[in-house]
Design a protein around this ligand. Structure first.
Ligand SMILES: C[S@@+](CC[C@H](N)C(=O)[O-])C[C@H]1O[C@@H](n2cnc3c(N)ncnc32)[C@H](O)[C@@H]1O
Length: 212
């Protein structure tokens, strides 16, 4: 690609869930940029220089074009790069001049764990504090996925939805998907305050449609 920038979706975490194309791009890169977790898990034995994203995100994004001069730069993204992720940020700046390699999203993976289809679901994110109007989301949708984070978690949702009528809703929490301590269970709204929080988790919400 013209810019020499490729965003690789690494999948939900397990090393055997990255695509062959993504693996090849990482192995052939001169510079690999990513979170400490993704660098540790997906760059072992790679010859490329590694650059960790830890609070220096703006600086890295600002200097990306310069860093890519005459080099193959790979940016690692968790899950799929075009879902609430780096790929979208890079695409806003470089459009089709950069390359994007898809990955298995945590959302896709979670639905395989609960053995249900994910067509008809709307995907929202609270990751990093997005200002999402949670009450409105629950009032207007009956198939919902919400990406959570350590601060905007189930306890936060419990507070935000206090007093709402949630009759007929089924909830699944999916944490650390594809990793050693993976957990994916159905739980009641009253358990939102006591569920052990994980840094990587998503909530799936389904409201049974009653046909009258
Ligand atoms: C910045 S978003 C990236 C989403 C990603 N692009 C995807 O397709 O899954 C980060 C959020 O994705 C979710 N996530 C990513 N990997 C996960 C995993 N292995 N297990 C559970 N949730 C995960 C969590 O909600 C996390 O806070």
């Amino acid at each position: 690609m013209a810019k020499g920038i490729t965003v690789v979706g690494c999948g939900p975490g397990a090393q055997d869930l990255i695509t062959l194309r993504g693996r090849k791009a990482i192995d052939g890169a001169n510079l690999i940029i990513g979170s400490p977790r993704l660098l540790a898990d997906f760059t072992e034995g790679c010859r490329g220089e590694k650059l960790s994203i830890e609070g220096n995100y703006r600086e890295i994004m600002g200097s990306l074009e310069e860093r890519a001069q005459g080099k193959k730069v790979v940016i690692l993204a968790s899950g799929d790069p075009m879902l609430h992720s780096f790929g979208v940020v890079v695409a806003k700046r470089f459009g089709r001049e950069a390359e994007y390699i898809p990955g298995v999203s945590s959302v896709q993976y979670a639905f395989t764990k609960i053995a249900r289809g994910w067509d008809g679901y709307r995907i929202f994110s609270l990751h990093g504090g997005t200002g999402l109007d949670v009450k409105k989301v629950f009032r207007e949708n009956d198939r919902i996925v919400i990406l959570l984070d350590p601060k905007y978690n189930l306890k936060y949702l419990r507070q935000e939805l206090d007093g709402e009528s949630l009759t007929g809703f089924t909830f699944y929490i999916a944490s650390n998907l594809s990793l050693e301590d993976e957990d994916c269970i159905e739980l009641g709204f009253e358990e939102f305050g006591t569920y052990k929080e994980e840094s990587l988790s998503i909530l799936i919400v389904r409201k049974e449609i009653v046909h009258g």
